[in-house]
Design a protein around this ligand. Structure first.
Ligand code: ADP
Ligand code: MG
Ligand code: ZN
Length: 478
C-alpha cells in the first residue's frame, strides 16, 4: 500500500516582553542577574500578597495583537492555570483563558514566485513566566528572577504544511516583533520560545491526525530540524500499522532527535478559573486607537514602499527591510545622495559583509549616513575605483573619518591626469612587447591584459577606462 501524507503544523510562541518591571509586581525584569536577586513577596507567591497588572504589559500585548492583524479584546480578564511544580511558587500560573487579549490574526509568509501564504493566528494571550530550574548532579537549583516575567503566547492555527513554512513563519513573526521593539526575541536567552505541534494525515483526509508537541528548541533551525525528525517518525509509526500517541516530546540538539517527555495534559486538568485577585476591566477604545496609531511601519509595508518609492527590485528591498536600522540608514543615505540602487548595492554588499566579518551591528559601528553617501558619490564620480572604495569603507569603519579625508590622507585618489597616466602606460608598453605585437596584429582583447598591468602598477588607482584609451592611442597611433 502506498500512501501520500500531508504534514500539518501549528506553533505556539512564548514571547518575553521587555518591560522595565515584571507583569504583576515592581521587580526589575532582567535577564542574567544574580539568581533570586530580583524577587519580592508577590513574585515569590507568598500568602497575602496581591498582583497589580503592569499597564505597559497590556499595551505591548495590544500592540503585538494589532500588528498581527488581530481583533483586540477590550475586556481584560485573567485566569489561574493550576499545576504544581517547583518553578511555580503559587502552584498556579496567572494566564488568560477564555478572553485572550487578541485573536483571529494573520501572518503572511513568502512562498515561491513572490506569492504570500496566510498563516492564521488563533490567539495571543498574556501570562506570567515561571522560575528557572537548573538540574545539577547533586540536586536542582531554582532561580525565581524569571517568575513574573511578562509573556505573550502567540498561537497559530494548524496552517503550516512543512517544516520550512514553520521556519518562515517564525522569521516573519520575529521580524515583526523586532519592528515593534517589544522583546529581544532571543531564542538562546529564552526570550522567544517555540513549542511546535505536528501531525500527519493521508493527503485526501480532512480530519487532523494525532499530534505531538515538541519543546526545547533553541533556534529556528532546531525547530525545523525537530519538525523534520517528527514527520519521519510519525510516518514510520503509521506505516508500521501503529498509532501515534498524543504527547510532549523534547528535542535533543546533540542527538538531533526528539524524546518522549510526558503525555499531554488536557485543558480541564488545569482547573482554570478566574483569578479573583485581578478584577476584570475594559480598555477604552481611545486607548486601543492610540496604540494603533503608535505602530511603526511594518515589514511588508516597508518592503512594498521601498520597491515603489526607490524603484528597487524585490531582493534588494527585502535585504534592507530585514533589519530596521539598515532600512533607516538606507533612507538617510538616499536623502543625502539620491542614487537608491547604488546605495542599496553598497549596503547589501560591502557594508553587510563588513558588519558580519566584524561580528558587529550597524548600531555599534561609528558609521554615519553622510560618510557612506559621501564615499559612494566619490566612487560614482570616479575619484576612486570601486575596489579602492571598499578599502576606504574599511578605514572609515575603523576610524570614523570621512571618505574625502581618508582618500586624501592615504593618497588613494585615482590618477586621472593624462600626463602621468601616459608615462605609466609607456612603461607598461616597453615591458610587454609580445602583447603589444598581438594588439597591433588585431587581437584587441589583449588590451585588457595591459589595462590590468597598468592598474596593478598604480595599485588600482588609475581610471581603467582612461587607461584603455591611452594604451590604444599609444600603440595604434604609434
Ligand atoms: P493543546 O490544548 O494541546 O495545547 P491547542 O488546540 O491549544 O492544543 O493547539 C496548540 C497548537 O497546536 C495550535 O497551534 C494548533 O494549531 C496546533 N494543533 C492542534 N492540533 C493539531 C494537529 N492535530 N496537528 C498539528 N497541529 C495541531
Ligand atoms: Mg495550548
Ligand atoms: Zn516581584
Amino acid at each position: 500500500m502506498s500512501m501520500d501524507f500531508e504534514t500539518v503544523i501549528g506553533l505556539e510562541v512564548h514571547l518575553q516582553l521587555k518591560t522595565a518591571t515584571k507583569i504583576f509586581c515592581a521587580c526589575a525584569n532582567q535577564f542574567g542577574e544574580q539568581p533570586n536577586s530580583l524577587t519580592c513577596p508577590v513574585c515569590l507567591g507568598l500568602p497575602g500578597t496581591l498582583p497589580v497588572l503592569n499597564k505597559k504589559v497590556l499595551e505591548y500585548g495590544i500592540k503585538v495583537g494589532l500588528a498581527l492583524g488581530c481583533e483586540i479584546n477590550p475586556y481584560i480578564k485573567f485566569d489561574r492555570k493550576n499545576y504544581y511544580y517547583p518553578d511555580l511558587p503559587k502552584a498556579y500560573q496567572i494566564s488568560q483563558y477564555d478572553f485572550p487579549v487578541a485573536k483571529n490574526g494573520l501572518v503572511m509568509i513568502p512562498m515561491e514566485k513572490g506569492e504570500l501564504k496566510k498563516i492564521r493566528v488563533n490567539r495571543a494571550h498574556l501570562e506570567e513566566d515561571a522560575g528557572k530550574l537548573t538540574h545539577e548532579a547533586d540536586g536542582t537549583l531554582v532561580d525565581y528572577n524569571r517568575t513574573g516575567t511578562p509573556l505573550l503566547e502567540i498561537v497559530t492555527e494548524a496552517d503550516m504544511r512543512s517544516p520550512q513554512e514553520a521556519y518562515d513563519y517564525l522569521q516573519v513573526l520575529k521580524l515583526t516583533l523586532q519592528y515593534l521593539n517589544v522583546s529581544d526575541c532571543d531564542m538562546e536567552k529564552g526570550s522567544l520560545r517555540c513549542d511546535a505541534n505536528v501531525s500527519i494525515r493521508p493527503r485526501e483526509e480532512t480530519k487532523l491526525g494525532t499530534k505531538s508537541e515538541i519543546k526545547n528548541m533553541n533556534s529556528f533551525k532546531a525547530v525545523k530540524a525537530a519538525l523534520e525528525y517528527e514527520v519521519i517518525r510519525h510516518t514510520q509509526v503509521i506505516l508500521s500499522g501503529e498509532k501515534i500517541v498524543q504527547e510532549t516530546r523534547l528535542w535533543d540538539d546533540n542527538k538531533q532527535m526528539t524524546l518522549s517527555m510526558r503525555s499531554k495534559e488536557e485543558a480541564h486538568d488545569y482547573r482554570y478559573f478566574p483569578d479573583p485577585d485581578l478584577v476584570p476591566f475594559v480598555v477604552k477604545a481611545d486607548k486601543i486607537k492610540e496604540i494603533r496609531q503608535s505602530l511603526p511601519e511594518l515589514p511588508y509595508a516597508k518592503l512594498e514602499r521601498f520597491k515603489n518609492q526607490y524603484n528597487l527590485n524585490g531582493y534588494d528591498a527585502f535585504i534592507l527591510v530585514l533589519d530596521q536600522t539598515i532600512a533607516q540608514f538606507f533612507e538617510e543615505c538616499v536623502a543625502l545622495y539620491p542614487e537608491a540602487k547604488k546605495i542599496a548595492n553598497w549596503l547589501n554588499g560591502p557594508l553587510l559583509r563588513e558588519i558580519s566579518d566584524r561580528k558587529s551591528s550597524l548600531a555599534e559601528l561609528k558609521l554615519v549616513p553622510a560618510s557612506l553617501a559621501g564615499l559612494i558619490k566619490m566612487v560614482e564620480d570616479g575619484v576612486v575605483s570601486n575596489l579602492v572604495g571598499k578599502d576606504v569603507l574599511k578605514i572609515m569603519l575603523d576610524t570614523g573619518k570621512s571618505a574625502e579625508q581618508i582618500i586624501q590622507e592615504n593618497g588613494l585618489a585615482q590618477v586621472s591626469d593624462q600626463e602621468s597616466l601616459t608615462r605609466i602606460v609607456d612603461e607598461i608598453i616597453k615591458e610587454n612587447p609580445k602583447a603589444v605585437g598581438e594588439i597591433k596584429s588585431g587581437k584587441e582583447n589583449v588590451l585588457g591584459f595591459l589595462v590590468g598591468q597598468t592598474m596593478k602598477k598604480t595599485q588600482g588607482k588609475a581610471n581603467p577606462k582612461m587607461i584603455g584609451e591611452i594604451i590604444k592611442r599609444r600603440i595604434l597611433d604609434a
